[in-house]
Design a protein. Structure first.
Length: 200
């Protein structure tokens, strides 16, 4: 009993360390092929009380949304660590390649995570805002886009690219789009969006 109390001692402190512990446990369960894990399974894996995942997130959907956010962070960090091209359109295509690379590193896990993105949690998710920030990073100051429409492009393109990439991912998640076609389809829809704001 004392051992369990020692293991569970971080649950006394609410906040980010405990949230990360729960998210890490969810990711481990997914890696073990347990996409249908229950909140009880999750609590056991995390070494916390049954109520802790609910108290920290409110639902399994919210936990999966947090896992999606973790993937977007990985995409953004990798992109930020690169030497991006000077042209905004080329940077967007590089960000797509980076994002696809992240998704294909663990496709089964990422399909499980993506399958939950359309599921409502107890409060609105933040996946759209998180994804929009990635595409804003890629667009930068809009170099190479039409000078006359640059402000408009920087205002609307980040969310439109987020919608577009999520749309392609949804077909990939459903198994309708093979892994090898993910990057090319995501690039084509991004090019279509960028074309309306091209300099020439």
């Amino acid at each position: 009993m004392a051992r369990n109390k020692t293991q569970a001692s971080p649950t006394v402190v609410r906040g980010e360390p405990l949230r990360q512990r729960v998210i890490d446990a969810a990711e481990r369960l997914l890696r073990q092929g347990k996409a249908d894990f229950s909140m009880r399974d999750l609590a056991t894996e995390a070494g916390v009380s049954f109520a802790t995942p609910f108290n920290q997130f409110g639902s399994k959907a919210a936990i999966m949304h947090a896992l999606s956010g973790r993937r977007i962070d990985t995409m953004a960090n990798r992109f930020a660590g690169m030497s991006p091209p000077p042209d905004a359109a080329d940077r967007v295509l590089l960000a797509i390649d980076t994002a696809v690379e992240v998704m294909l590193e663990e496709p089964e896990i990422n399909r499980a995570v993506m399958g939950w993105i359309g599921t409502a949690g107890p409060s609105p998710g933040k996946v759209l805002a998180h994804s929009t920030a990635l595409w804003s990073l890629a667009l930068g100051a809009g170099e190479g886009l039409s000078t006359a429409r640059r402000e408009e492009a920087l205002s609307c393109l980040p969310s439109q690219l987020a919608f577009a990439f999520r749309g392609v991912l949804s077909f990939w998640t459903a198994g309708e789009l093979p892994d090898k076609a993910l990057a090319s389809n995501a690039q084509e829809i991004a090019k279509t969006l960028l074309l309306g704001f091209a300099e020439r």
